[in-house]
Design a protein around this ligand. Structure first.
Ligand code: TMP
Ligand code: ASP
Length: 300
C-alpha cells in the first residue's frame, strides 16, 4: 500500500535494495545506455558508489539542502534541489508554554527524527499516507513537500494535560472511546481550541478534508495504541498534523515524545515531554527509554 515515493521516481523498496547489494548486471539498463554509461553503471555497481545521476537519485544521495525555508521551535525545514521534497532537520531545542520555557533535551533531535520515521513507516503499512520519503541521517529526513493544514489534531485515550484541567477531572481516567479535538495552528492566538464548523467558516480546510483527517486520526490512534501497548506503553494522547500533497491529505510533521503522552503500563511513569514541561527531571532518560523500546537499529 506504500505509495510510490516522489523525488526520484523510485519506490522505497527499490531504494532499500541498495546498501550492500550484490553486483547484478542490469541488462535492460545496459542496453538502454550508450557504451560509456554502461561502463559507468558497471563501475558504480562494483564500487557500490553512485556515479551516474540515475544511480545518485536511486540511492537517495542526489538531494541537497538549498535554502532554509523555516526554522521552528524543534525543527528546521530546507528547500531542496527537488521541487517535490523538503529536508527536515530535527533540533535538540525544547520549548513549552508557547515558547516561554526554553531548554535543550540532549539527543532529542535524533530520537524524534528516527522515531517519527519508524512510526510513519508502520502507519504507511496500515494504509495511512505520510510525507515520509527517506531518512538521510540521524537528524535529517527527506519528506514530501506539503502545504500544512493549520489544524493541530489531538486524540486522547486517557485524561491528562489540558483536557483534565479544562474539564475539571483528574489525570489517568481511561475513556471508553477516544476523543478528538482540533486547535487552530496560530502562535499569535496561542493555538486556540476550535471545532469543525469554525474550521469550515475560517476556510482552513474543506469538509471532505476534515472528514479524511478525522478518519485518518482515529486510524493512526488504533495502530499506535496497539503498537505502544506491545512495548509496555500506554498511549495517553498525541497531536498530529496533516498536509496537502498533490491534492491528497497525508500525515506530516512528527510523532515523538514531544507530541505524545506515553506512560509506562506498569509503573505509570511519564516517558514524554511532560517531564520537561513540569520540571520532573530525567527527561533524556525518558526519551532514551522510549527509543530503546522501539528497537530501532543504529544507523551505519
Ligand atoms: P494538551 O493536553 O496540553 O492539550 O496536549 C495534548 C497532546 O498534544 C499531548 O500529547 C502533547 C501534544 N502537544 C503538542 O504536540 N504540541 C503542543 O503545542 C501542545 C500544547 C500539546
Ligand atoms: N511546543 C509548544 C510550545 O513551545 C508546547 C508544548 O509542547 O507544550 O509552546
Amino acid at each position: 500500500s506504500s505509495p510510490e515515493a516522489p523525488c526520484s521516481g523510485f519506490t522505497e523498496k527499490q531504494r532499500r535494495k541498495q546498501p550492500g547489494r550484490k553486483v547484478i548486471l542490469d541488462f535492460p539498463r545496459m542496453m538502454y545506455y550508450n557504451s560509456f554509461l554502461t561502463v559507468a553503471v558497471l563501475f558504480e555497481q562494483l564500487i557500490n558508489e553512485p556515479v551516474t545521476n540515475y544511480q545518485k537519485k536511486r540511492m537517495g544521495k542526489g538531494m541537497k539542502k538549498v535554502d532554509l525555508l523555516y526554522e521552528g521551535k524543534a525543527k528546521k525545514v530546507y528547500k531542496t534541489d527537488d521541487p517535490d521534497c523538503y529536508i527536515v532537520d530535527y533540533k535538540d531545542d525544547a520549548t513549552a508554554m508557547d515558547g516561554l520555557k526554553k531548554g535543550t533535551i540532549v539527543g532529542k533531535g535524533a530520537i524524534n527524527n528516527r522515531m517519527t520515521n519508524h512510526i510513519f513507516k508502520l502507519l504507511e503499512k496500515e494504509g495511512i499516507p505520510t510525507h515520509y520519503v527517506e531518512e538521510l541521517s540521524d537528524r535529517e529526513t527527506a519528506v514530501k513537500k506539503v502545504e500544512i493544514v493549520p489544524l493541530e489534531v489531538i486524540i486522547r485515550n486517557i485524561t491528562a494535560g489540558s483536557f483534565a484541567k479544562k474539564m475539571g477531572v483528574e489525570e489517568g481516567i481511561v475513556f471508553k472511546r477516544p476523543t478528538l479535538e482540533f486547535s487552530y495552528k496560530n502562535d499569535d492566538l496561542h493555538d486556540p481550541f476550535i471545532n469543525k464548523y469554525y474550521a469550515l467558516s475560517l476556510e482552513l480546510a474543506t469538509e471532505e478534508e476534515i472528514d479524511t483527517i478525522t478518519e485518518y486520526a482515529f486510524k493512526v490512534n488504533e495502530v499506535m495504541k496497539k503498537y505502544f501497548d506491545s512495548l509496555g506503553i500506554d498511549l495517553v494522547d498525541f497531536k498530529i498534523e496533516f498536509g496537502r500533497y498533490k491534492g491528497q491529505i497525508i500525515l506530516a510533521d512528527e510523532v515523538s515524545p514531544d507530541t505524545c503522552r506515553l506512560w509506562d503500563k506498569e509503573t505509570h511513569e511519564k516517558l514524554d515531554k511532560d517531564r520537561f514541561r513540569r520540571d520532573m527531571g530525567n527527561v533524556e532518560d525518558a526519551y532514551n527509554e522510549v527509543f530503546r523500546r522501539l528497537g530501532i537499529e543504529d544507523r551505519k
